[in-house]
Design a protein around this ligand. Structure first.
Ligand SMILES: Cc1ncc(COP(=O)(O)O)c(C=O)c1O
Length: 374
């Protein structure tokens, strides 16, 4: 048995210095304005809008509700083309909004939707492409947006993994009709729970703001949208304000951890690492590895052994969302052989800002020992 002190977690939330958070929330004991677009909420909204360099930005209680409301605001109907190689949220949001997810296979290097295959899935019922920037790897945005424009489809990016990344000279938030971010506690930037939508179309702004607050319009009597409660509290916004002060440092520390992994794992036969992508300034959100046949051990064998040794790796994403039991007898997913293959081989190694070099080396030592050499 591994003692808890020896455990290496797969992730560990970054937190600002305690006093910074306490100083920020102190004013709430005077104002007693704890939620409903308080001053910290508004301050964080405007800071994130500048950071992401977008025309419009709204905060939400979490990324999932932001995604559901994005689908609602764009008035999507029928089918949407999406990836099964994602976290539950992407597909659940589509289905919960009454749409049919049409699963598209992925690119074996980027793990994101393969645009050529996406185009072949378009029917007269298709209203949008909901693509995911997996692990901090951008989708082929030019190809996706070219298809969408030509076929008159909307594009939503699930950018839950992507905060802080710059792609082809623009912040990643500037792509598509809408980009959704998750500010969950495990993310590169977080508000404990939280999420955001970035978009350029001003006409969506009031719709989304109302839908986030029970659909109520100003005055609070009438509701002009079918809304929910997706408001972010002042305590969450305060955490965001503090964390945003440290975002560059956060990404720098994660980069150092990733580079230590790279030094040990680059060139290992049978191991596929994060791809080199020209034009990407990374956010180092995850350290995925894919175990190919040549490695000599399967992903499941490696994962079981590492877990036994107290190294908390994660089969992310497994299974494909298209295989979820809640969709049995509801959906007839198309075959996505590349996604199925990657889902059976991918593993996220532990990565967080204050992970020590010693811990990274322990993970690499154990992993390489399991292969049979060091
Ligand atoms: C790809 C992806 N989409 C959506 C979400 C949902 O975000 P949240 O947890 O903020 O609701 C997550 C969360 O981890 C995610 O990884």
């Amino acid at each position: 048995m591994v003692t808890e002190t020896k455990v290496i977690p797969v992730t560990r939330s970054s937190m600002p210095p305690f006093d910074e958070y306490v100083d920020t929330i102190r004013q709430l004991w005077d104002t007693r304005w704890l939620t409903n677009a308080g001053t910290m909420h508004e301050d964080l909204t405007s800071k994130l809008k500048s950071y992401l360099n977008v025309g419009n930005f709204l905060l939400f209680a979490n990324g999932h509700l932001a995604l559901e409301l994005a689908i609602q605001a764009l008035e999507l109907k029928g089918e949407v083309i999406t990836t099964p190689f994602t976290f539950a949220s992407t597909t659940q949001a589509i289905v919960r909004r009454g749409l049919t997810p049409v699963f598209c296979d992925i690119d074996p290097i980027r793990f994101t939707i393969d645009p050529d295959k996406a185009e072949a899935l378009i029917t007269e019922k298709t209203s949008a492409i909901v693509a995911v920037h997996v692990y901090g790897i951008p989708c082929d945005t030019s190809a996706i947006e070219e298809i969408a424009k030509r076929r008159n489809l909307k594009v939503i990016y699930d950018a839950a993994h992507m905060f802080g990344a710059v792609w082809q000279g623009k912040n990643i938030a500037q792509y598509g009709d809408l980009s959704m971010f998750s500010f969950h506690a495990t993310k590169v930037f977080h508000t404990i729970e939280g999420g955001g939508l970035a978009f350029s179309d001003n006409s969506l702004y009031e719709k989304l703001r109302h839908a986030r607050d029970f659909g109520l319009c100003p005055g609070g009597f009438d509701a002009d949208e079918i809304g929910t409660n997706a408001k972010l509290s002042e305590f969450h916004a305060a955490m965001g304000l503090c964390n945003l002060e440290h975002i560059d440092e956060e990404i720098k520390k994660r980069k150092a951890v990733s580079e230590t992994y790279d030094k040990r794992l680059r060139g290992v036969y049978g191991l596929q690492l994060f791809p080199e992508i020209e034009g990407l300034t990374r956010n180092y959100s995850y350290y995925p590895v894919v175990f190919h046949e040549e490695f000599g051990k399967t992903r499941d064998e490696i994962a079981d052994e590492l877990l036994r040794r107290g190294i908390r790796v994660r089969k992310y994403f497994y299974p494909l969302t298209s295989a979820f039991s809640c969709y049995q007898n509801r959906l007839t997913p198309k075959e996505t052989p590349i996604a199925a293959n990657i889902a059976g081989r991918a593993l996220c190694l532990p990565l967080f800002a204050d992970m020590t070099e010693e811990n990274v080396n322990t993970v690499c030592d154990e992993l390489l020992n399991l292969k049979g050499f060091d």
